[in-house]
Each structure stands twice: as C-alpha cells, then as structure tokens.
Design a protein around this ligand. Structure first.
Ligand SMILES: [Zn+2]
Length: 505
C-alpha cells in the first residue's frame, strides 16, 4: 500500500485549493483492489474469455494493484476456471504481488468451492440494509448476524483469510451495521468492505460513516466499494480513504453493474494528485484501459477522465495560448504522468499561437501575414468540425503558394494480386514470381485470385517495370495492383485511417 509522502511543494496537496481545503490526513495509507474480472464482468453485455482474464490479471499485477478480485467461482464453470488459473499464476510467481480474492455468497457450498481453489482470501457478501434483509434474504436481523458469524467462521476453518462485504451498507441502520461488522470481525474476518451498493452516498456521509465505524469497531481494516449511479463513486472512494479506508475497490474504465464503480485510472491519478500517493504505475493505465476496452467491447468515451481521447486536447484560443505559455493554466495534472501528450484542435476556435505551434510541429514556417491569412481561411471553414493536419497543410499551400505537403515516402509498397491460367500449377507460377527483383513476399491465396505479392519499388517507373515482369511470367492471366498508403498498427489504439489507390493493369 502506498504511504503518503512529503508532497511536492510546487503542485501537490492542499495549496492547489488556495488553502481552503484543510490538511489532508498525513497518515493516509491506501491500496487498490481491482474487480474488473468480477464486478467488471457483471457489466451488461460483457463476458471475458479465460485467456483474456489471465492477461488482464497479469497486467493488473504488473502495474501494482494490491488485490485482484478474480471472480465468483460458483457462478459458472469458466469463471471457476479463470479463478483457478489466476491463483495458479500467483503460486507460480507469474503474479508476484497482488493478493488474489475469490468471491462467495454467504452459503456453505459457495464458500467450499471458493476455498478449495486456495485463494489468498475469500470475500463473503451479505446484504445488511432492512430492504435487503426483508426482500432479498427474507431474514430477521438476528438471523442475519447468525449467518454472518457462521459463514465467516466456516471459511476461516478452511485456512483462508476472509473479507466480509456488508452489502448495501450505506442504507443500513447504523447500529445494526456496527453489529454486523463486529460479528464478522469476531468470527475471524480481518477486512470488511463497506459497499455503497446503489451509489446513493455522498462524500460527506461516507467520510462520517468511516470515521464512526473505525471508532466503533477497532481491530479490522475497511474497504470502500462505491457504485457510480449518481456519478459519485470517485468522490465517495476518496472520502472513505480520507477517513481511514485502506482499500478502494475499482475496475478498469469503471465497469460494473448499472453505472459501474470507481474507475481504476481516475482513482489512481486522483490519489497521486491530491495526496501524493503512488498506488500503481500510472504509465500502465492507458494500455490497460485499451486492453479492457477491446476485450469488454465497452468503448472509452472521448470525455473519459485520464484515458479519453479528448482529455488532453485544448480547443479555445484563450486556453491554448495559456497552455502554450504554461500547461498548468488549464491542466489538472501533466499528461506525461499517464504517458500521454497534450494536443490542440485546429478549427474556428483556434488562435494564432496554437496555429503557429501546430504548423511548426508539421515543419512549416510562415510569416505573421501568412499565419493570419491561414487563420482566416480556417474560420471560414466553420462547417468543418475538426481540421486534420492534411487539411491544414492544404490551406497553408493555398495561402503561401509553396509546396508544404510532407515528402513522399522513400519507396513505394504495393500489393499485387495474380490470377493464373486454369490449366497451370499455381505453385510453379509462384516460384517463378518469387525470383523477380522487387517482389518481397509471395503468398498463395484462395478466392478469386491465386497469388498475392508484396512488392517494393523506389519510384512509379520501377513499380511499372516490376508489374510488367510479373505479367510476362508464363501462366499469369491477369494482375491487379494496390498501392499501400499506410499500415494500421494493431492493438495499440492506433486510429489512423488506411486506404488504397487502385490501378487496373
Ligand atoms: Zn458492486
């Protein structure tokens, strides 16, 4: 768990609130429990494969989360299999630090199954609000306490550590919640998770709740599990940590039931920003978010804090001028913390400084007069929502009369599909084609064509010569050439467009 360290006098800590926030607790100590694999898979429409879960778990451990909630084994065979294999990764030293947790209802069969996999900890949940007791469990408070005691003890008999989760704790009667937490502690749970199950709490209420619980039930550590139904999961989690909670439950991207829970990436940056706590390696969170975006199919919205496409992009001229002079004017924290970089949109809101900065990044130097003329053209194009670098260079060329477009690539790459005569062996044609200088790769394919060639030439003349050579090979009946414009990076969030130019030969 990260300990609060002496804060950076320049930026971190309460000085950023102009002194009105008061001192934050210097003894604050907190770590993250990631529940992407358990709570996150409870997101409607999300189902991870076992292999995907192993990859996510490995990455979570790599960035340094304190605990991984791997799943609820009794839910389904593949969930059980993933939990089993993640526990195996911990045993084999592939997962080095994170504590692995298996989830369980307060039911002997569930506990038995979870404990048999030998996780570091079993987490047993039970609703403690009157609504849950009456309409879900159909038990009296006395019966509930007896169940909690019995089930926590039962799990402890299997030799695992136990966390008790007080489900719907924020709507429970406080006196009864205290009794439930005491009961779990006395039965052997060393941690209790206080769940704001319907996301109904406020930061003020959460802070008071945790302060009271720590006073009234000493000898146990607390987790906060905050749902985001009213957009308060992050604020409530921080309030709990300020009041002494030592574990914050998160998921990558904030996945979870309904509106989800606190997002890992936001909590991690907020803990660093406000309290100087390094709970995970921040440089890894964007990669993790993109991986989970791909595997979950839940897209990261452009406005998502920390990982959204827009969140380090400045638009209004006034903002951009400020940021160019000192980024702190309009940034809560530097994008470099999470391995990203700042950007500026070019559109009708753009000012001179942003435009010059962008042009210079593209290697284009213009006079003040030209700059103003380019800016006027941009503002005339008010229907364009976002000008790409290519559009900007086109305008700059019109204004300056100079050729500014980027240098053409040093070589031309092309894909040539070949159709063979029907009475000939494709393989023998392919072998002959592979001998032609400039042909880099020869692939036999199925479909309308028989062979696909990757060709490299220094210029269009040379490309024509190579294509001519291909067409003159015996057995080739026709060819079709596509120029490679750009290659799309795979799996790295690269969003550049691809395209091709066609020429029939
Ligand atoms: Zn939850």
């Amino acid at each position: 768990m990260a300990q609060a360290s002496a804060r950076d006098a320049e930026c971190l800590g309460v000085s950023c609130f102009g002194g009105v926030g008061g001192e934050w607790p210097k003894d604050m100590r907190v770590g993250l429990l990631d529940s992407t694999l358990r709570e996150g898979e409870q997101t409607p429409g999300v189902s991870f494969t076992v292999e995907q879960k192993l990859e996510i778990a490995r990455l979570l451990d790599e960035i340094g989360v304190a605990m991984i909630e791997a799943g609820h084994p009794s839910v389904a065979p593949d969930v059980r299999e993933a939990v089993r294999r993640i526990i195996g990764m911990k045993r084999d030293g592939i997962i080095r630090r994170a504590e692995i947790i298996a989830h369980s209802r307060a039911v002997k069969a569930d506990i038995e199954e979870a404990a048999s996999l030998e996780p570091d900890r079993v987490a047993i949940f039970y609703g403690v609000s009157d609504i849950h007791l009456r309409y879900k469990h159909r038990r009296s408070r006395e019966e509930a306490l007896a169940t909690i005691a019995e089930m926590v003890e039962y799990a402890r008999q299997h030799g695992v550590r136990v966390r008790f989760t007080a489900e719907d704790a924020t709507r429970a009667d406080y006196e009864f919640l205290v009794e439930a937490v005491r009961t779990a502690r006395d039965a052997g749970a060393d941690r209790v998770s206080i769940a704001d199950t319907v996301g109904i709490a406020t930061p003020y209420g959460v802070r008071r709740l945790f302060e009271s619980l720590r006073r009234d039930v000493p000898g146990v550590e607390f987790d906060i599990h905050a749902h985001n139904d009213l957009g308060m999961a992050v604020a409530n989690s921080l309030a709990a940590a300020e009041a002494g909670a030592t574990i914050i439950h998160v998921t990558v991207g904030g996945l979870g039931e309904r509106a989800g829970i606190a997002p890992l990436e936001v909590i991690a940056v907020a803990l660093k920003r406000h309290y100087g706590l390094d709970v995970v390696d921040l440089k890894g969170v964007v990669r993790l978010a993109r991986l989970v975006e791909r595997y979950s199919g839940v897209p990261i919205t452009p406005l998502a804090p920390v990982v959204g496409e827009n969140v380090f992009t400045h638009k209004a001229g006034v903002h951009v001028a400020g940021v160019l002079s000192n980024p702190e004017t309009y940034e809560a924290y530097p994008p470099e913390w999470v391995g990203r970089s700042r950007d500026y949109t070019i559109d009708k809101y753009t000012g001179r400084k942003a435009l010059r900065a962008r042009l210079e990044r593209l290697g284009v130097h213009v006079s003040e007069e030209e700059l103003m003329a380019i800016l006027r053209r941009i503002k005339e194009r008010s229907e364009a929502r976002w000008l790409r670098d290519e559009d900007l260079l086109e305008i700059a060329e019109e204004v300056t009369g100079r050729t500014l477009r980027l240098r053409p690539p040093e070589h031309i790459e092309a894909l040539v599909t070949v159709r063979c005569d029907s009475n000939i062996y494709t393989t023998s044609v392919a072998r002959r084609l592979s001998l032609i200088p400039g042909v880099d790769e020869v692939i036999e394919v199925t479909g309308e064509n028989d062979i696909l060639l990757r060709v490299r030439a220094r210029n269009p003349v040379e490309l024509n010569q190579i294509v001519e050579a291909i067409r003159s090979v015996r057995g080739v009946s026709s060819t079709y050439t596509m120029l490679v414009l750009r290659k799309l990076g795979t799996g790295s969030g690269d969003r550049r467009k691809t395209g091709n130019k066609r020429e029939k030969t």
